[in-house]
Design a protein around this ligand. Structure first.
Ligand code: ADP
Length: 526
């Protein structure tokens, strides 16, 4: 009501015209008294009152109308001889001055009030920004809760009677108990401790149910809790639940000096509680991701460790097998008959396959540890391709690999053995992943200082969605019906990494069911 009669309270409302009409009626009444009064008193001076009321309550336009009517009434009174022209004139001159002063005073007060409101809004906003920064800056649960509780203590900090304003966070424990996790007074010092069953705090139960801020009433605390609160000088005021990812984390509790909160304070406490919930949600998500990353890291280390051990353990026995095999084959332990020779050839094919596998594992393990030492030399890529085809011959008894003879020389500077690893991997895969046969074509091209080697097969192909995992360590994308095709998932990873070490790359184009073309791209030697 007081607010309604404040400066310019009726400006632009539906009351403005009736009030202006009442002011004008009052002016006419005074005029009537002036003209007809049997006693010679100048009640007309009272015309300042309706003018002042109009100036205080109404806008500039209606104030001018009321003032003009009042001045007019003074002039008419003078003409009719109700007043002397001097008296009427002095009353008439005062009226616009009163109107102007009233209008200016009302405007000034209004501006100051709006300024204060604006200032408060800016203060609230900057408080929220600083608080959200403080809360969101941390991914640590303890820091978040401590910052948020301190922020709430600041919200309710103001002058008044009674003990200092305080804020607390009561954390929900597993068995529906609340623990006073943080408790700060407005000066920032920590105080109360303890825990109690949530049922003792009826306002907390209400807030947990409604999800909204609740003001704690006198009979909301069970006697035991009232006793604990008294002992710890802790008083409940307003209580708001803090939820993160749908789970109740605890209760933010604020106490103002005089135990009464303004709507703005309650609103701010609620906003801080919501921000706290969000920050807790982020912190928990971050912790989960970090834990997962750590687990994944452990797994990666285990894989690398396995590679190193397995390759070292296998290399020794295989060297022995290879030694005996070459003795058997070159006749140093007697000449084998043709059947035995054929069997020994097969064994030799398997041994070189194992050899390739162990080399892959060793190289992959080395790549994990550090950048491998490269033995760079200059040679012709065409020669190395031919050598790779020769090495893969035991796996290609039907002679499916066909080389399109290079049109030009293909000079490269690279590590020859590593290049052979890449090429034998690509050729081996082309043969292995075309179980129904089909030619494997190797072609080359030299363009703009780059040398490209294409290994194309008409095999099982690869689905587009699987392409990203091809070049990862242990990445296998073999369709179920070809699950019997053995492999480690190391070859392509290794091939690409080795190619990249010398400024090259391995890329793929493939269509499921139709075949694949792998391209080894290398810089040409100057
Ligand atoms: P693997 O030892 O399994 O052959 P690679 O790293 O050489 O490992 O290849 C990774 C995966 O890429 C293979 O498991 C296979 O799913 C797919 N792949 C590689 N080359 C071909 C190809 N020429 N045709 C179809 N799929 C291929």
């Amino acid at each position: 009501m007081i607010e309604a009669l404040g400066p310019k309270a009726l400006e632009g409302t539906r009351w403005a015209y009736p009030v202006a009409a009442v002011a004008i009626l009052a002016i006419f009444a005074l005029y009537w008294v002036d003209v007809h009064s049997p006693i010679n008193v100048t009640v007309g001076a009272l015309a300042v009152l309706p003018v002042l009321a109009a100036a205080w309550l109404l806008d500039g336009r209606l104030t001018s109308v009321v003032t003009a009517v009042a001045i007019g009434s003074r002039i008419v009174v003078a003409y009719q001889g109700g007043l002397t022209p001097i008296t009427a004139g002095s009353q008439g001159i005062v009226l616009p001055l009163v109107a102007a002063a009233g209008h200016l005073a009302a405007r000034g007060l209004l501006a100051a009030r709006r300024g204060r409101e604006h200032e408060r809004e800016v203060r609230d906003l900057s408080f929220l920004v600083t608080t959200s920064q403080a809360i969101a800056a941390s991914l640590d649960l303890d820091n978040i809760l401590a910052s948020a509780t301190q922020a709430v203590a600041q919200v309710v900090h103001r002058g008044g009677q009674g003990g200092p304003a305080r804020a607390a966070f009561h954390q929900l424990l597993e068995d529906d108990r609340l623990r006073i996790a943080y408790d700060f007074d407005e000066a920032g010092s920590r105080s109360a401790e303890g825990e109690y069953p949530m049922a003792w705090n009826r306002a907390a139960v209400r807030a947990a149910k409604s999800g909204q801020i609740e003001v704690v009433g006198a009979d909301d605390l069970a006697p035991e809790l009232a006793e604990l609160a008294g002992r710890e000088h802790w008083q409940a005021g307003a209580i708001v639940p803090v939820r993160a990812a749908g789970r109740l984390h605890g209760m933010m509790i604020a106490t103002a000096r005089d135990h009464d909160f303004t709507t703005e304070e309650l609103h701010l406490v609620e906003v801080v509680a919501q921000m706290t919930g969000l920050a807790i949600g982020h912190a928990e998500m971050f912790r989960r991701e970090r834990d997962e990353a750590e687990r994944a890291g452990d797994l990666e280390r285990t894989k690398a460790e396995f590679l190193r051990l397995a390759s070292h353990e296998l290399r020794g026995p295989l060297t022995v097998v290879r030694g005996y095999l070459s003795m058997l084959l070159d006749g140093s332990v007697g000449n084998p008959d043709p059947t035995t020779t054929r069997m020994l050839d097969t064994v030799q094919g398997k041994v070189s396959e194992m050899d390739r596998l162990i080399t892959q594992m060793l190289e992959a393990a080395r790549l994990e540890e550090a950048r491998p030492m490269l033995k760079l030399e200059r040679f012709d890529l065409g020669d190395v391709i031919e050598e790779a085809i020769r090495r893969m011959a035991p796996l290609d008894p039907e002679g499916r690999v066909r080389l399109e003879p290079p049109a030009t020389e293909l000079p490269v500077e690279a590590d020859r053995e590593r290049l052979l690893t890449i090429l034998t991997n690509l050729i081996g895969n082309a043969l292995k992943y075309s179980p129904d046969g089909g030619e494997v074509t190797i072609s080359t091209a030299a363009l703009d200082g780059r040398l490209k080697t294409m290994v194309a097969d008409r095999g099982i192909g690869i689905a587009t969605r699987d392409l990203p995992s091809l070049f990862t360590r242990f990445g296998r994308v073999v369709p179920e019906q070809y699950a019997t095709i053995a492999g480690t998932g190391l070859g392509l990873y290794l091939s690409r990494e080795l190619a990249r070490l010398v400024g090259g790359d391995v890329t793929i184009e493939s269509e499921l069911g139709r075949g694949s073309t792998f391209t080894l791209d290398l810089p040409a030697a100057a």
